[in-house]
Design a binder for this molecule. Structure first.
Ligand code: GLA
Length: 344
């Protein structure tokens, strides 16, 4: 029984370092409830607070699923991260269209965004302490001159949709910590673009308080040196950093094998070593890092079962399919304990 868990709680072990978070949905709140309550002190809605989940039509808000997550966070006294207000995915078409079905005008789109942010941020003000205001607007292109990702936001509003989103969020909840969030955050080219974006927002006086490193990583990539360089670079912005979507896939990104029904020999040991080095690094930078959120909690449920290969099982977390601690858990748990012993 999970209520009789014997291993030490991660949130307790890391209480002086950073929050330990998990992305959840109403189903996993049910199926992983005691695991979540025991090890985690922060939550993020996996999909339920995205634009198309909350606001599928102009005059229709659907809060049921997001409310379930907010209620669980309140009940458990957990921190709740809001995810996400502006993104190029999972955003409904109506937002970008005017009354006649043509392209919405800049002012119309900005007014809709402001109204959405007022409604959503306002609704969860009591429980959400930080928002991923803008998600993934930096380009992945190798081309040196690439900067922002092409999107309807950019096309209709121009570059200042980013600043506007932060201003609207700040207006809706002046207490909330506002984050820019992105993936491939440790890639040196993308890292410099993210740095440049956030630096320019700061220079313009835009209310932004943190950088979210998604950290969708695997056993081999990115290198620890690149992770460290990214943390150091973002820390130079003087903002707080959070890992927002950590998982460690057992497959390289271009490994498209589908024949494994359980981890190959050695994979879980390699994963344990990898998690150990990652958490050593995070612990070392704990003054800058305020939360480490996994994009799930245990191997019975992960988006990686469907990405990048649909229907291929993956095992990216510290807990296995029956929620028992994996070798990676043991390594991660050791780090703060050892540090505490060395201090004595
Ligand atoms: C991105 C988004 C998340 C989620 C993951 C994959 O990283 O920020 O909301 O969609 O992809 O599940």
């Amino acid at each position: 029984m999970e209520s009789m868990r014997e291993e030490e709680s991660l949130k307790a072990l890391y209480k002086d370092a950073f929050h330990i978070g998990a992305a959840v949905n109403p189903l996993t709140i049910d199926s992983q409830r005691s695991l979540l309550a025991y090890h985690f002190n922060s939550l993020t809605a996996e999909n339920e607070m995205k634009f198309s989940s909350l606001h599928p039509e102009e005059n229709l808000y659907t809060f049921e699923n997001a409310d379930v997550i907010a209620a669980f966070a309140r009940e458990q006294g957990m921190a709740l991260r809001g995810h996400t207000l502006v993104w190029h995915n999972q955003t409904p078409d109506w937002l970008f269209e005017n009354e006649t079905g043509g392209k919405a005008e800049r002012d119309l789109l900005l007014e809709r965004l402001r109204s959405h942010i007022q409604t959503v941020v306002g609704r969860y003000k009591d429980v959400i302490y930080c928002w991923d205001v803008v998600n993934e607007v930096i380009s992945d292109e190798n081309d040196e001159s690439a900067f922002l990702r092409p999107s309807k936001w950019l096309d209709i509003v121009g570059e200042d949709f980013i600043a506007k989103a932060f201003e609207f969020a700040h207006e809706a909840d002046p207490q909330a910590l506002l984050f820019y969030n992105d993936y491939n955050e440790s890639n040196p080219h993308k890292r410099e673009r993210i740095y440049r974006l956030v630096r320019s927002l700061l220079d313009q006086g835009v209310p932004i308080h943190g950088v979210g490193l998604q950290a969708h990583w695997n056993l081999y990539d990115p290198t620890l040196d690149d992770m460290r360089a990214a943390i150091e670079r973002y820390a130079q912005l003087g903002l707080q950093l959070q890992l927002t979507e950590l998982d460690v896939s057992v497959f390289r990104f271009d490994d498209r094998r589908t024949d494994l029904t359980r981890p190959e020999k050695g994979m879980l040991e390699l994963q344990a070593e990898r998690y150990e080095s990652i958490f050593r690094l995070l612990y070392e930078y704990r003054e800058h890092i305020s939360a480490v959120t996994f994009w799930g909690a245990a191997d019975d449920y992960t988006w990686l079962d469907h990405f990048p290969v649909r229907g291929r099982k993956n095992w990216p977390f510290l807990f296995d399919e029956s929620h028992a601690p994996k070798p990676a858990y043991e390594r991660v748990a050791q780090i703060p304990k050892r540090a505490a012993m060395e201090k004595k």
